[in-house]
Design a binder for this molecule. Sequence first.
Ligand code: ARG
Length: 461
Amino acid sequence: MAQLWGGRFTRETDQLVYRFNASIDFDKKFYRQDMEGSMAHARMLASIGILSEEELTAILEGIKGILEDVEAGKLEITEEYEDIHSFVEAVLTDRIGEPGKKLHTGRSRNDQVALDMKLYTRDELLSIQEELLALIKTLHGLMGDHLETAMPGFTHLQKAQPVTLAHHLGAYMEMFKRDFERLDDIYDRMNYCPLGSGALAGTTYPLDRDMTADLLGFYGPTLNSMDSVSDRDYVIELLSALSIIMMHLSRFCEEIILWNSNEYHFIEIDDAYSTGSSIMPQKKNPDIAELVRGKTGRVYGALMSMMTTMKGIPLAYNKDMQEDKELTFDAYDTVKGCIALFHGMLKTIRFNADAMRQSAARGFTNATDAADYLVNHGVPFRDAHGIVGRLVLFCIDKGISLDQMTLEEYKAISPVFEEDIYEAISIDTCIKRRNTLGAPGPDAMKKVLEINKEWILDQEE
Ligand code: ARG
């Protein structure tokens, strides 16, 4: 047991208590951030004369050595230490002697862990953004390929009006763009440095908090030391943004699963992203989509857990907050993995344009357009709605679609119909005419593609 606080104790910690209390098992995940924070702190201590240049050099070289050895697998972070902070300080002091013992001047594990968690969360946020942007670019490419690929649009999972695959994919594009921007917002709000807050009430040393904030890439230092050591809002914000990302992925997965079914046959998921059945030889299952959908619950769970952990905590630091890590880290990893796998699956899906078009052509997706035809010929919309309703009933009865009715049959229901009704209700016409910005008409979609191309370029800058 290597602890930083033996002085006022006369008896050894109970073994079970030690294990229950220790966090090394999971906080070792941010060993790199912990060491970066310590190096910045040491630099600052030297700048205000608390460490000599030689001591600073020894500390920096010492920490770099530890970092290299950990990354090369030469130094193991073991359970012998209570947490990652104790590990670094103990190994450092072991290696360089006296200067190692000075590193913790003007610092508490409370502001240290607050810093580590923030640095780690910030890094994770950025890498999730990277995964998202890659997915968004793929979606943008697919949209460009499928401006004319007709498919039914649904409401209540009933065929409603014809759209295009580009339009349908574009809906997810907008969701993922919002997700990306939400992460930007969180970044901007969280990017203030808690280091220098001490245990809760700052310190008596003249620490240069602007300097450490700057060295660690923060906009500046935080403004209240009690809040700084007990603030995990940014974790909650990120977990809620991640929950929304998972909700979007899950909805998309649900559609992919439906579209991949024998009944729809709109798409075929690549063999590389499907799995078989141990008993039914014919099966090719969309397990990846199902797993992404399923893992959504796990990320929501992390959010609920974090909200509940924080809800009764009096100022300032309390050990409850150690529970901020395990499920949160799991959620970060889960989301990153899910976006990457989903992206791989999407890139390799084969779209069955014929099946989509046929499906759009059946199921009266052009009924609204037939009503609009009547309106354009002077029939009030409410009457037109009733007339087309009768057409649909007629078709259902005969087992045909609107385009298969003869002109005589049309005229028997309303004399307003003429030969041009067939052109007016063809799927392509229905789509082409929907050209308000945001609608599936290819001209409108091209504008959206342009706007989104700019958006992507902006994020890449
Ligand atoms: N392992 C602790 C955590 O994760 C580090 C801070 C410990 N501070 C303390 N006063 N015991 O929150």
